[in-house]
Design a protein around this ligand. Structure first.
Ligand SMILES: *Cc1c(COP(=O)(O)O)cnc(C)c1O
Length: 378
């Protein structure tokens, strides 16, 4: 049985008519920039993030970049983040001219280890970007504490964690700003690129709104240099159709995750650890196995989708050679990049598909435990 890593067509089939109606509405209105759909989505995403304001932007990457720009972060500044993340986190820091500073992760959650942050802070540090990886939020209390102590901004990279919670608080709603991505593979995905920034700071909101339109508040008068970071109203309209389903879809992902975790209970497969303070939205279901690369190959041969998020930590990327700072050992980030593997967990998976994936992985794990014939002979 073929099981893709993600099946966007299966989800689209359940909402097709509503999406087509919403698209037609935008096209009929010919409001092609900004307008009521963007404003409505902003209001709703602000609401589900427990924030006062939201600013629709072109992508999750631009949400991070515009946030850094609006906070005046640039050359000479340092921003602390995790090396075990999608490129956009560190890439956005570098694009402002600031220096990415990498701190190791907690091996249980793959998220920034808060106890390692303080040692990485210098007089140049301006901000921390915690990344809520795989749909589970970082341990935010100690991160906010160290940020407050050193007067640092906190930019939550919540691209994989929209509507996830930490001690009942929403992803994106704890830091100075929160950044979301509507990339199609995220829990709330558009039909193309899109993103959003949330904040409760009115002055920062104003700067962010200007930042996405070339830094202008009054047309053709530019207070600072911004960009064209505007969210497309067609994407906003599609996302408004999908948003009411987000809760059910995330619940279905949690059910699928729980099924795998039960199935793998007494095997050599290390299942995700969820902090009891957190509700994950399982953007990914990520396991660790010995001999990970042979499992990936075997899964692909079988027609089962699997992906490594992420095979090379940021501090080992060619583009950051000599252009980042490694704060302490990044051993856990390196180990994770060699051992993690994400399995299909999308909401529309059928029971047969779940069984197929679980059985295959279990058989592989069992085959790894059995001594090889040469070992038996010795
Ligand atoms: C997807 C993602 C981004 C970037 O979002 P885009 O919309 O693809 O630009 C940033 N950070 C993380 C952790 C992501 O997963």
């Amino acid at each position: 049985m073929k099981v893709p890593l993600l099946d966007l067509k299966a989800q689209y089939a359940t909402i097709k008519n509503d999406v087509l109606t919403a698209i037609a509405e935008v096209l009929d209105s010919q409001v092609c920039i900004g307008g009521p759909k963007v404003a409505e989505l902003e209001q709703k995403v602000a609401e589900i993030s427990d924030c006062k304001f939201a600013v629709g932007v072109t992508s999750g990457t631009d949400a991070l970049l515009a946030s850094l720009m609006a906070l005046n972060i640039g050359p000479g500044d340092e921003v602390i983040t995790t090396s075990f993340t999608f490129f956009a986190t560190a890439g956005s820091i570098a694009r402002t001219g600031a220096l990415p500073v990498f701190v190791d992760i907690d091996p249980r959650t793959y998220n920034l280890d808060p106890s390692k942050i303080e040692a990485a802070i210098t007089g140049r540090t301006k901000a921390i970007i915690p990344v809520h990886l795989y749909g589970q939020m970082c341990d935010m209390d100690p991160i906010m504490e160290v940020a407050a102590k050193h007067n640092l901004y906190v930019i939550e990279d919540a691209a994989q964690a929209i509507s996830a919670t930490y001690k009942g608080r929403k992803a994106g709603g704890i830091g100075t700003v929160g950044c979301f991505s509507f990339f199609p593979s995220k829990n709330l995905g558009g039909a193309g690129d899109g993103g959003m920034i949330v904040t409760s700071d009115p002055a920062l909101h104003e700067r962010l709104v200007a930042m996405r339109s070339h830094g202008s508040q009054r047309k053709y008068y530019h207070k600072f240099v911004g960009g064209n970071f505007r969210l497309d109203p067609l994407q906003a309209a599609i996302l408004l159709v999908k948003l009411p389903h987000l809760g059910d879809w995330s619940e279905a992902r949690r059910r699928n995750a729980a099924y795998y975790t039960r199935a793998f209970a007494s095997s050599g497969v290390q299942t995700p650890w969820i902090n009891p303070d957190c509700v994950s939205i399982f953007n990914q279901y990520t396991i660790r196995v010995s001999n990970r690369d042979s499992l990936v190959q075997a899964l692909k041969q079988e027609g089962i989708g699997a992906e490594i998020y992420y095979p090379l930590p940021m501090h080992e990327q060619e583009c950051f050679a000599g252009k980042c700072r490694v704060a302490g050992s990044l051993r856990e980030s390196e180990t994770a990049s060699h051992s993690v593997l994400s399995l299909p967990v999308y909401p529309e998976l059928t029971q047969d598909q779940l069984d197929c994936v679980a059985d295959f992985v279990l058989r592989f794990a069992a085959s790894q435990e059995r001594p090889s014939p040469s070992e038996v002979l010795q």
